[in-house]
Each structure stands twice: as structure tokens, then as C-alpha cells.
Design a protein around this ligand. Structure first.
Ligand code: ATR
Length: 529
């Protein structure tokens, strides 16, 4: 049976363990020591993956010295064997001997994988526990299954912490891990996490469900397990130190999602408005899997991106009129009774930046494109009584949209006969390519304002051309921020901190906030040119 009494080391530690454990590895003792020194400036719980060293014992003297001078830093000694996915080729007995040495060198915690722990006698583990807290760990590199059974089995081992690591194949696998933590972590201190892209949310939400801490990489590119988030991002973006059982969960769902700027933007908004909420990325193209998480975690609200914007519609209890017209929904809210409501805030993303500058009633606006973004722009602007023209590469699609929205269709050759108040690019042309492209030539830019929905790069070729011509430009980041601001309002009922959100987005894109955040032009009367 497991010992119910935590070791002296563990009792002492439990009161001062931080939320984030940074996992470190290096090929040589000197390089690992360098990484330890650097990480210790910002982090006080460090896991050392000593199995990455060809001769792990060589590091012991330096480690001992470090531990003596840094008593505030908790070191976790790990020397994972190959049977458990590590690199240490020695036997269980030699691993045990090394862990004892690590404990004596100053590692206040040591990690033994369950495979080794089972081969040891309880008195051997107790001997280790006299000098360090013991983490018994389980790893499944393929799936997330039988977590309860595994945990029960691990519980028989006299450990201070149980660490359960599985691989998420779906978002719903995270729910299994969170349930385990909720139901078991009161009995024995448990750390739980799902690896893999689909498991990213477990690395943030685990502490909310009772995990003692979560694992992080020292920085991007230095992950010791797939899906690991950098420590600084966990703290600065996800405010991991604030996440608790009362924290409400929101997120952005789609695939791909890794480069989404929404977490930076929305978490900034929650922080600024003092709302106990966290906004996480959910990578999936499976609506059912996503909605299962929404119900089970539960998730209070979602931003929906490609490829889910259209197919989520049929799964919702109700949608606003504009989502139905546009045929796409980018915002979901879960009501208290569990019902799911859909909204389309892309419309606000287009309309709000424009109405700060132009009176929309009667304004002459050209929308280029006929996809989801263009549909939101066209229907939204028609609702505001603008006069809208649609132009699209595939004429039939553009004509169909124009017909549905009671707008005009214009072919490219006819453009030179027309002048507009605003031209909006609602195609991906100009996005992030090595050869900057524009949907129109300079001579075709016959308007006062040019609004590009593309926001990466911020300064597209289209906007550059417009500026050279003396036209006023509206960058795609404004649309991104305003559609997010409207989501924030729907979820919280509070006005969104738009400026802070914009600043967060520009900062995340590596731009200085004042670069494109010029004073909005005074609202001008729409007039024909
Ligand atoms: P979104 O939901 O982001 O609007 P979408 O539904 O795929 O994306 O629509 C993309 C729009 O950009 C379409 O109108 C598309 O034109 P087609 O209808 O002819 O496909 C337009 N588009 C995409 N690539 C383009 C290009 N290289 N030149 C011109 N238009 C382009």
C-alpha cells in the first residue's frame, strides 16, 4: 500500500511549489548548467532531464554547488529510461542509484517512471523519500485511456506526487484528464497533462482542475514534450498564476490555430477588465468533438475560425439574423442553461472601423471577394444602408452575392467608370506571400479610403499603393480587433478595451503600437467623388 504520509521534503515543498515547472535539457553538463542558471532567473521550479546527458553523473558536483547557492529554486531530477520514452539506457537499479545521488546533490524532488517504481521495493522508495519528494510518473505516447485505472495502480506506490501524462488525439481527451484531476487530486497530489497539439488546453486548464503544477518549456523551440508552451507565455498570456476553479474558460477553435493572435488579444482584454477568465486555443476541425468540450469543461464562449464557421451553424440552438444571412458564424456563447447561441461579429469588424470615419448611409463601397469575409462585409454594410458593389474573380459567385444582398455587381473592366468612398479587400490576396500582391492596380484605386482585411503583413501592397496615392488606409488589424471586441461584449456584457486589444495584437506581430494606430479620421459625410 502507498504511504499516506508525505515525505518530509514533500510536506515542506507543497506550500511553496509554483504553478509552472520548466523542463530543461541539454547535450552536455556545461550547457545544462547554463540553462539552469538562465531559467532560474525567472522560474523557481525546474525539471532537469538528465537522461539527455551522455554521462549524467558528471553533472553532480556542479548541481550540488548550484543547489547550495539557490535554496529558493526547487530542482526536479529526472533521468527517464528508454522504456518510458526517455534516453537513459541503464537498468532500473542504476537509475535508482542515480536518483538517490541527485537527491543528495540537492534535487528536492525526483521523478521515477511507474515502470521503474514497480520494480523497486517500497523500502527503497521510502529511502529515497527521506531525502527528496518522489514523483511517480506514467506516460502514454499514443492515447488517453484508462486514466482512473492507471491512477489507482500508481496510488499503491508510496509517492508524494502522481504524474499522469497521456497523448490527446481529440479535444475530448482533455476532458478525461481534467476529470481525473478533479476527482483524484484531493486524495493524492497529482499532476496531469495531455501531450500533443490537441492537448494544449490541458496544459493551461489542468491547474484549474487540481493539478499541482503544469510543465512548460524554457522558450519556444525547447520543448521536451509535444504541445508544451513556453513558461513566459503561460504566465504573461494565459496568466497561469491566476487560473483557479472559478476561472471561466473561453477559446478560439479552428485548424490551424497555432499562429492565432486571438489568445494574446482576448487574454489582454480579460486582464484589463479584471475578469477571471482564460482564453485558450482549441485545434480541431471536428465540430462534435469541440461541442463536447464546450459542454463538459464547460467553455463559456468561443471564437470560431476556419474551417468551422459554416458547419457549426447547424449544431447551434439559435443564431442571430446576420449569421443566417452570411451563412457563417464566428462567435458562440453558452447560456446558463447550456444552450448554444451563434453570432457573426465579422460584421462589426467591418462596420465599426468604417463608421468611425465615414457616415455609412448612402456611402459608396466596393467589396472585392465573395467568400465568407466578403459576405459579412456586404450584408453588414447593406444593413447600414450603404450602397454596395461586389467584384469577384469568379463572376457567378459575386453576382449571386450581389443578388442575395440587393447590392450591385461590377466587373473589373467596369471599375474605371466608378468612384467609391471605400474599397474593401475581402480576398486573401496580399497575404503573407514572398511576392507581395494586390487585388487592384494603383489606377483602379478610385476611392477615399482603402480597407484591407488582410492583416498579415499589416502593411500590404494594396495599402502601400493607396498611401502613395494619398488615400486613407484602414489596416486589417482593425477588423481583427473589432470583431474580437464585439465577441468580448457578447460574452461579458461589458465594453471591450479596444485600444489595449489593438496594442496587444500589434505587439504580438512585432510592430510598435503607434505605427498604424493613427487617430481615426473625423467622421466624414459620405459623398460621391
Ligand atoms: P473567406 O472566408 O476568408 O472569405 P473564402 O470563402 O475562401 O475565404 O473566399 C475567398 C474569396 O477570395 C473568394 O471570393 C475568392 O474568389 P473566387 O470566388 O473566385 O474563388 C477570392 N480569392 C481568393 N484568391 C484569389 C485570388 N488569387 N485572386 C482573386 N480573388 C481571390
Amino acid at each position: 500500500m502507498r504511504s499516506e504520509t508525505p515525505s518530509f521534503a514533500a510536506r515542506f515543498l507543497r506550500h511553496r511549489l509554483p504553478r509552472v515547472c520548466v523542463a530543461l535539457f541539454a547535450p552536455t553538463p556545461a550547457e545544462l548548467m547554463e540553462k539552469i542558471e538562465a531559467a532560474a532567473n525567472e522560474n523557481s521550479l525546474l525539471e532537469l532531464r538528465l537522461d539527455y546527458l551522455a554521462q549524467p553523473a558528471q553533472i553532480l558536483p556542479k548541481l550540488k554547488q548550484f543547489a547550495e547557492f539557490h535554496r529558493d529554486i526547487v530542482l526536479v531530477g529526472t533521468c527517464r529510461r528508454t522504456v518510458a520514452g526517455g534516453k537513459f539506457r541503464g537498468s532500473a537499479a542504476s537509475q535508482y542509484e542515480f536518483l538517490l545521488k541527485l537527491a543528495h546533490a540537492g534535487c528536492q524532488l525526483v521523478d521515477i517512471e511507474v515502470e521503474t517504481a514497480k520494480s523497486l521495493k517500497n523500502r527503497e522508495i521510502e529511502k529515497l523519500r527521506q531525502v527528496a519528494g518522489v514523483i511517480v510518473s506514467y506516460h502514454d505516447f499514443r492515447a488517453t485511456k484508462k486514466l482512473d485505472e492507471i491512477w489507482e495502480e500508481m496510488r499503491q506506490i508510496p509517492a508524494d506526487y502522481l504524474k499522469v501524462v497521456s497523448t490527446a488525439k481529440s479535444l475530448s481527451d482533455n476532458v478525461k484528464m481534467l476529470r481525473l484531476l478533479e476527482q483524484r487530486s484531493d486524495a493524492v497530489s497529482t499532476v496531469g497533462v495531455c501531450m500533443g497539439e490537441a492537448g494544449i488546453i490541458s496544459r493551461i486548464l489542468n491547474v484549474r482542475s487540481g493539478s499541482e503544477f503544469t510543465f512548460a518549456s524554457a522558450q519556444r523551440g525547447e520543448e521536451t514534450a509535444p504541445g508544451q508552451i513556453a513558461a513566459r507565455v503561460l504566465r504573461d498570456v494565459y496568466r497561469i498564476d491566476m487560473v483557479d476553479a472559478a476561472t471561466k474558460v473561453y477559446g478560439v477553435a479552428g485548424d490551424p490555430i497555432g499562429h492565432s493572435l486571438s489568445p494574446q488579444m482576448m487574454n489582454t482584454a480579460f486582464r484589463r477588465e479584471n475578469i477571471n477568465a482564460v482564453y485558450v486555443p482549441l485545434q480541431t476541425h471536428d465540430v462534435k468533438d469541440l461541442l463536447n468540450c464546450v459542454r463538459e469543461i464547460p467553455i463559456q464562449g468561443l471564437s470560431i475560425t476556419m474551417p468551422l464557421k459554416e458547419k457549426i451553424l447547424e449544431q447551434l440552438d439559435k443564431t442571430d439574423a446576420i449569421s443566417a444571412k452570411v451563412g457563417a458564424c464566428n462567435t458562440l456563447i453558452r447560456s446558463q442553461d447550456g444552450k448554444l447561441y451563434g453570432f457573426n461579429t465579422d460584421v462589426a469588424g467591418v462596420v465599426r472601423p468604417l463608421e468611425q470615419r465615414v457616415a455609412l448611409t448612402g456611402a459608396r463601397i466596393l467589396v472585392i471577394g465573395a467568400g465568407g469575409a466578403a459576405r459579412a462585409a456586404v450584408f453588414g454594410l447593406k444593413e447600414r444602408h450603404a450602397e454596395v458593389w461586389v467584384m469577384n474573380r469568379t463572376a457567378e459567385k459575386g453576382q449571386k452575392l450581389a443578388r442575395q444582398a440587393h447590392a450591385h455587381y461590377v466587373s473589373r473592366p467596369q471599375l474605371k467608370k466608378l468612384e467609391f468612398d471605400v474599397i474593401i479587400n475581402a480576398t486573401p490576396v496580399g497575404m503573407n506571400s514572398s511576392r507581395p500582391q494586390s487585388p487592384l492596380e494603383e489606377s483602379e484605386l478610385r476611392a477615399r479610403f482603402v480597407f484591407d482585411m488582410v492583416y498579415n503583413p499589416i502593411d500590404t501592397r494594396l495599402l502601400k499603393m493607396a498611401r502613395v496615392k494619398g488615400l486613407q488606409v484602414i489596416a486589417g488589424t482593425e477588423m481583427f480587433v473589432h470583431q474580437g471586441a464585439r465577441q468580448f461584449e457578447i460574452w461579458t456584457g461589458k465594453p471591450a478595451p479596444v485600444e489595449e486589444m489593438h496594442r496587444a495584437v500589434l505587439h504580438a506581430m512585432g510592430h510598435t503600437p503607434n505605427m498604424l494606430m493613427r487617430e481615426p479620421a473625423p467622421a466624414l459625410e459620405a459623398r460621391r467623388m
